[in-house]
Design a protein around this ligand. Structure first.
Ligand SMILES: NC(=O)c1ccc[n+]([C@@H]2O[C@H](COP(=O)([O-])OP(=O)(O)OC[C@H]3O[C@@H](n4cnc5c(N)ncnc54)[C@H](O)[C@@H]3O)[C@@H](O)[C@H]2O)c1
Ligand SMILES: O=c1ccn([C@@H]2O[C@H](COP(=O)(O)OP(=O)(O)O[C@H]3O[C@H](CO)[C@@H](O)[C@H](O)[C@H]3O)[C@@H](O)[C@H]2O)c(=O)[nH]1
Length: 336
């Protein structure tokens, strides 16, 4: 499909979701966003896109929206997504993410939705013994967050087998960067992700960056992650959506290169031209040492390939967005 689809996007006002909404909008799809705005921002969306403000837990509201079809697909971004927080609040994560995700899939099946895309995660794999991580690497979530996404993936398998719902499970590694045209960026409250925090430390918006663990079995002792540009993730959703013509799919999505926490800090220093004050701290519970994706499957199936392969370029888009929005998007209009 090259535009013209009608798509419901849960969590579409959030970081990854808003970039996907812009990509759908750019190709001419009709998008409706369902988001509580507890993390999302109206200003992150194309002005022409309809935002329905609501909670996933509000079954009646979702039923009303889904009955106002037909919908060509649902993209499901709305979730709690912090590995560390899920180690402190396991049942909150399992009930919110898995519980509400399963209810959404049930509602989609009841309303005849044919395609469903899930924001899944590298956190399914725990601490894998071999790198890079393919779709057949053993699944062993290292946190309740990862477990909650696995439960939704498994629900989708049954929804396809029994009801013919075509699904794509997109296991993102670490989403990073901002829209190259500056239309959206990363603005969480509180912010916990490494790159925006390091950028704020470089810009003097925070006193320092705390490095969680320097005794990991990696060359410099800090964790290694695969930072994949959020605009590349957005394009992967379009590619996967179209590929569903041929059946359900599961893809690992990364740039294929790992960078340590210290390498990210050096990159921000290079790109911003400013020093970053660093404080070494204890490990954060739930953090695996290394997560790097093998994305050969989506490349072979769809021709998707990341446009941003250099960490400095990814960091550069995030830095430009932050310099243009030092206060973030600002408060949401209560009437939004
Ligand atoms: N950011 C990453 O690096 C990353 C990596 C792997 C997977 N993911 C997954 O991608 C998705 C998006 O992540 P993000 O970083 O954009 O997060 P985000 O917090 O920026 O976006 C989530 C959006 O969903 C909305 N939302 C959350 N719970 C809701 C609820 N119960 N009802 C209605 N709306 C709700 C929030 O207001 C927000 O706009 C999540 O499912 C996350 O687990 C993210
Ligand atoms: O102040 C900080 C913040 C992070 N880190 C480290 O930086 C790395 C990246 O951390 P963060 O940016 O918080 O992302 P992750 O915990 O790796 O999780 C992200 O990436 C996962 C996929 O790999 C997704 O599933 C999650 O939703 C998403 O939050 C980790 O090693 C952290 O320990 C620090 O050292 N200091």
């Amino acid at each position: 499909m090259t535009g013209g689809a009608r798509i419901l996007v849960t969590g579409g006002a959030g970081y990854v979701g808003s970039h996907a909404v812009w990509a759908l909008h750019d190709r001419g799809d009709e998008v409706v966003v369902y988001d509580s705005l507890r993390q999302g921002h109206r200003q992150a969306l194309p002005p022409a896109v309809q935002l329905v403000r609501g909670e996933l837990a509000d079954e009646a509201a979702l039923d009303r929206l889904l009955s106002n079809g037909p919908w060509d697909g649902v993209l499901h971004f709305a979730a709690l997504s912090l590995v560390g927080e899920s180690m402190q609040r396991p049942f909150h994560y399992l009930l919110e993410n898995a519980g509400l995700g399963i209810r959404l899939i049930d509602a989609c099946v009841r309303h005849g939705v044919k395609r469903f895309i899930l924001s899944s995660t590298a956190a399914l794999f725990g601490n894998p013994e071999t790198m890079p991580i393919t779709e057949t690497t053993r699944i062993d979530p290292g946190s309740p967050y990862g477990e909650s996404k696995l439960m939704i993936e498994q629900t989708l398998r049954w929804a396809d087998r029994i009801h013919g719902l075509r699904y794509a499970c997109l296991r993102y590694f670490n989403a990073a960067g901002a829209d190259p045209d500056g239309r959206s960026g990363e603005d969480h409250h509180p912010e916990t992700h490494l790159i925006p925090l390091v950028i704020d430390a470089a810009l003097g918006l925070r006193p320092e960056i705390r490095v969680f663990g320097s005794d990991y079995p990696t060359p410099d002792g800090t964790c290694i992650r695969d930072y994949v540009h959020v605009a590349d993730l957005a394009q992967a959703h379009l590619a996967a959506f179209d590929r569903l013509d041929q059946g359900s799919v599961t893809y690992n999505l990364g740039s294929g290169t790992g960078h340590s926490v210290l390498e990210v800090i050096r990159s921000v220093e290079r790109v911003s031209g400013r020093p970053v004050p660093v404080r070494m701290e204890q490990r954060r519970p739930g953090d695996p040492a290394v997560l790097v994706a093998d994305s050969a499957r989506i490349r072979a199936d769809t021709g998707w390939t990341p446009r941003f392969t250099e960490l400095d370029d990814i960091v550069g888009t995030a830095l430009r967005w932050r310099q243009a929005h030092p206060q973030g998007f600002g408060p949401n209009d209560p009437a939004a």
